[in-house]
Design a protein around this ligand. Structure first.
Ligand code: IPM
Ligand code: MN
Length: 355
């Protein structure tokens, strides 16, 4: 019996639809090869739908997404929509309402890909960031006092629950155990200043560690960790951290692994559904030009195969991705790849068929 999966596709804004199309092309190539099947259902969420119809993320769509095996997202963000609307009402709402409490972002430098770090290669850059994805400074708790007046006050609160912190840290230990690197987990926080929030993270981290004596750990303040990610990235295996710190450090992660053209992430509810996305954003200036790099979206599709437990398919697609990166692309930057968006997708699909 072959497996069939229901995949929700949200192409979204800007170059989202173009890169998602190549991700689907890769999945279809894998499907022909491995007997894993997909039923794709597209949802037209994003800036255009908001501007034309005032629709953001209706409740019935949210419910339907929750019943799918996975969600494949392109990008959310439109130049004509004020920052914050689409992000909070679509992307963050998806993360919160589907309780996708893990944001898993691998930072891996593949052979053939250039890193801006001097004297570092693929053997040095191979770790994963596990970012808490439903709490912290992202919950939208706070408000203004006397908005617009000279003595205006703005409060933005970071909410951290023991349950939320513990399930994230526990997932990180479990994930660390499954990786075949060094089984080392780093907690990233700011205990010297955030004496409530980081204190909770630190105590829970110590407590949960007792259940994982086979895993070594260390603690780093977020500012120092940013420095070490650049200076000695080889020390990292898995990093676990809160929502905003994770957001920030994974941009450093993306750039040291070759840039936004390759960085992908998974928003996971280990007991429910999951959403996969290229980290890059909607890149409106490249929209419709067949110039954007689809490798991040194809990598997101590859993570989806891993998550679905389709090992053979995931391994096959990973091999094709690596081959294109090593043998074909001149650069990962939009317009400089030596190929167009569609042609990069064709290369991946071609290798999948031939492997
Ligand atoms: C990311 C993005 C989002 C975030 C934005 C678009 C809301 O930067 O996925 O990293 O801050 O989480
Ligand atoms: Mn970000």
């Amino acid at each position: 019996m072959s497996n069939t999966y229901n995949i929700a596709v949200i192409p979204g804004d800007g170059t989202g639809p173009e890169v998602v199309a190549e991700g689907i092309k890769a999945l279809e190539a894998v499907s022909r090869k491995c007997g894993v099947h997909f039923r794709f259902k597209e949802f037209g969420l994003g800036g255009d739908q908001y501007l034309n119809h005032g629709i953001l993320l209706p409740g019935e769509i949210m419910e339907e997404l929750g019943t799918m095996d996975a969600v494949f997202l392109g990008a959310i963000g439109h130049p004509d929509v004020r920052p914050g609307i689409l992000e909070t009402e679509i992307l963050l709402k998806l993360r919160f309402n589907l309780d996708l409490y893990i944001n898993l972002r691998p930072v891996v430098l593949f052979p053939g890909v250039e890193t801006p770090l001097k004297n570092k290669g693929p053997e040095d850059i191979d770790f994963a960031v596990i970012r808490e994805n439903t709490e912290g400074l992202y919950v939208g708790s706070g408000g203004f006092l006397k908005k617009g007046m000279p003595d205006e006050v703005a409060v933005q609160e970071s909410i951290n629950t023991r349950k939320g912190v513990e399930r994230c840290i526990r997932y990180a230990f479990e994930y660390c155990r499954k990786r075949d690197k060094g089984s080392h987990l780093t907690l990233c926080a700011k205990t010297n200043v955030l004496v409530f929030e980081s204190d909770l993270w630190y105590r829970v981290f110590k407590e949960v560690h007792k259940d994982y004596p086979d895993i070594s750990t260390d603690y780093q303040n977020v500012d120092a960790l940013c420095m070490w990610m650049i200076k000695n990235p080889e020390q990292f295996d898995v990093i676990v951290t809160s929502n905003l710190f994770g957001d920030i450090i994974t941009d450093i992660g993306a750039v040291i692994q070759g840039g936004l053209g390759i960085a992908a992430g998974a928003n996971l509810n280990p007991e429910g559904t999951a959403m996969f996305e290229p980290i890059g954003g909607s890149a409106p200036k490249y929209e419709g030009l067949n110039k954007i790099n689809p490798m991040a979206a194809i990598s997101a599709a590859q993570m989806m195969l891993e998550y679905l437990g389709e090992k053979e398919a995931a391994t096959l697609l990973l091999a094709a991705i690596k081959r294109v990166l090593k043998d074909d692309l001149k650069s990962l930057e939009a317009g400089k790849m030596g190929y167009g968006t569609k042609e990069v997708g064709d290369l991946v699909a071609g290798y999948v068929a031939g492997l």
